[in-house]
Design a protein around this ligand. Structure first.
Ligand code: ZN
Length: 295
């Protein structure tokens, strides 16, 4: 049985430099509020060691490793430095994917991420993003790991590629596609990440999705410190904090006219299903003492 509050943040950049001075306090506050575990997606090879180091002593965090679409130019330069020569896109992605596989072998991973496509940015170029995304999808398939996908203004391009890659599943983070795309992804083992964006009063499309999509396809995420909720405007930092996840669960419950507890257990069960390796972490991580008392 799950304890009364056992949320999983499926997308949290707790290693971000913005959190340097209060990382421990923010995570403690999130745990006290009912966040039981979180998945930390990586950004690029030169950042993997700092993610590992900054979060080494935090309980209940699970790492995903990968190369974010907005950082594939950095990663390309990193790969050329490793190789000691200029490389085309395919060769650079191959160097980085070999490094990614070695890193995962050494450190473990619950998923490959954050990977994907971003049509909002003009650099890195679209064609380069596609090469890196497809190379990482192939690695995920070979290692039988789920993927955490970024799909900004690119849901269809991401959907086509994850479907073609025939993966065990994953999460489309910060989902903002159509209902038909959502249903297709859910039918093929994916969950869709909902967070701060849905809390804005004018986010009508996201409200409709949050209200009506099959509940088994929804997971919660903060993407902290990014994608601030409506209420972050009143904060001096204006950023998202890990404890915001609890309010996202309450928001989703209100949208669907459901009990808060039912949303907590359903979204947590979804996260554990789509990222199966979280089950081990979830089972062994002790609860913060105040939650133990509340049981
Ligand atoms: Zn992210």
């Amino acid at each position: 049985m799950l304890p009364p509050l056992s949320l999983i943040d499926t997308h949290l950049h707790l290693d971000a430099a913005e959190f340097d001075t209060e990382r421990a306090a923010l995570w403690e506050a999130a745990q006290q509020a009912g966040v039981r575990a979180a998945v930390i997606p990586a950004v690029e090879p030169s950042q993997w060691p700092s993610q590992q180091k900054r979060l080494a002593h935090f309980p209940a965090l699970a790492h995903a490793w990968g190369i974010h679409p907005c950082f594939v130019d950095h990663a390309h330069a990193w790969a050329e430095q490793q190789a000691g020569s200029a490389l085309d896109d395919e060769a650079a992605a191959a160097v980085a994917c070999a490094a990614l596989e070695a890193w995962i072998t050494e450190h473990g991973a619950v998923a490959i991420g954050e990977i994907g496509l971003d049509r909002f940015v003009t650099t890195p170029t679209w064609s380069r993003q596609v090469v890196w995304f497809e190379a990482q999808l192939a690695l995920a398939k070979r290692l039988r790991l789920p993927v955490l996908c970024h799909a900004r203004r690119a849901v269809e391009a991401v959907r086509i590629r994850v479907r073609r890659a025939n993966l065990p599943g994953g999460i489309i983070h910060a989902f903002n596609g159509s209902r038909a795309q959502a249903e297709d992804l859910i039918a093929h083992g994916f969950c869709l990440g909902f967070g701060g964006a849905m809390t804005h009063p004018r986010a009508n499309h996201l409200h409709k999705l949050a209200q009506t999509l099959p509940l088994e396809g929804i997971v919660l995420e903060t993407d902290a410190p990014d994608i601030p909720p409506a209420w972050a405007n009143s904060r001096p930092t204006r950023r998202t904090e890990p404890a915001d996840l609890v309010r996202y669960a309450a928001f989703l419950a209100e949208q669907r006219g459901m009990d808060f507890d039912a949303i907590v257990s359903a979204t947590t069960a979804n996260a554990l299903r789509v990222i199966p390796q979280l089950q081990r972490l979830f089972a062994t991580n002790p609860l913060p003492c105040t939650l133990e008392r509340a049981k």
